[in-house]
Design a binder for this molecule. Sequence first.
Ligand code: SAJ
Length: 457
Amino acid sequence: MNAPITAEFETLDTLTPDFERRAESRDLIIGVIGLGYVGLPLAQAFCRQNTRVIGFDVSEFKVEKLNAGKSYIKHISDDSVGGMVETGRFEATTDFDRLAEPDALLIAVPTPLNAHRDPDLDYVIKSTEAIAKRLRRGQIVILESTTYPGTSDEVMKPILEKLSGLVAGRDFGIAYSPEREDPGNPQFETSTIPKVVGADTDAEKRMAVAVYKTIVPQVVPVRDLRTAEAVKLTENIYRAVNIGLVNELKMVYEAMGIDVWEVINAAATKPFGFHAFYPGPGLGGHCIPIDPFYLSWKAREYGLPTRYIELSGEINSKMPEYVINKLAEELSTRLEKAIKGSRILLVGLAYKKNVDDMRESPSLNLLEILEERGAKVDYYDPYIPVVPFDPDHPQYEGRTSTAWDSDSLSKYDAAIVATDHDRVDYAMVLKAVPFVIDTRNATAMLQGEYGDKIIKA
Ligand code: SAJ
């Protein structure tokens, strides 16, 4: 009598109900690959819901720090990391052979542009290859990094199938769920932000929903992988294009002697159909200046232009030059000085208020242009006491933030407010220097007392 034919292997269709039950009972193990400003809050959110997390990172430094209960991310405290470790729910490792252990593998690694400003998926591909070598039946791989539509199915899926010999959708799952962190925004954190998830089969979508509904108030399933990838790009392109718009309006209204911030704040009183964006000295962070070009690169494959993306990129990257030209005008008319030989204070190096992150910060472009034109420049930033190594601006590593007192400030010919940190005493610099170029409307409350020293640019 032949043994009854049993299924050679289980498929996701049969495995998913158990996966959902285990998610519900906090019995899944979550793997997070990339323990940065997205991965670590993600790990924290799962730990808070009593789910076990194994964090994977190539950096020994980060892994040792985390396992010692220490944080390297400003808005995540040592106590919080310590709590994750003490409960035994979190451990970090550089041992990628352990990638077979988690039930779900969430990838949160950088997706920068390369020197030709094309998408650089190197981190994503390396992480996918590492997973593929250990991939086992029943696991689900979920990319969180911002990328172009097609990355999960055209790039990751073939690697996962080829190196594992397993079949996506049958033996293991692939999903995409974009991160939506807003660094420095105390109002929102991972556990309060709705999460979009996309996958190409029902079983994979159910698995991804089961993973995330344990940590967020609302999971938003969309049709497939590419739709979810497009959602995230749309969110960030919306920001980049609107910031480009208000930067263009600033230059026009400036020429007309109109204060663009007053215009936008008044327009924002319209209770519908208007979302306020504000001009700045350019566009910083490692998302908004970069992500839109992931779509324009992919759109070229379809022979389609993305003029709004290119134009807003052009306008935003020209803003530092615009600010410096305004400074040159004021130095000449007020002090009969040129930029060359002038002493300038740059207030704020971080790419946006109340964060300590300098990546792609327009302040660094301002610094570069000023020094190229012969100015002597110091900076002040309460969040960046010493400039860390920045691969794009290695020459600034080790420079220190200047003192913030009237004696120290009185030696400058002018100051530029490039980042509008809340905890800066703008009255002190307005009192001490001949004039201030304010690119963030940070001195708005001091207009009455120091209006003649404030130039908006
Ligand atoms: N900026 C302006 N004017 C504005 C808003 C922003 O000039 O009206 C500048 C900022 O100063 C900064 C840059 O744009 O230099 C990016 O700012 P951002 O507020 O978009 O902040 P990010 O890049 O730290 O985080 C963004 C998220 N922020 C918000 O949604 C408010 C969001 O776009 C993404 O979830 C996140 O990037 C990401 O990881 O993609």
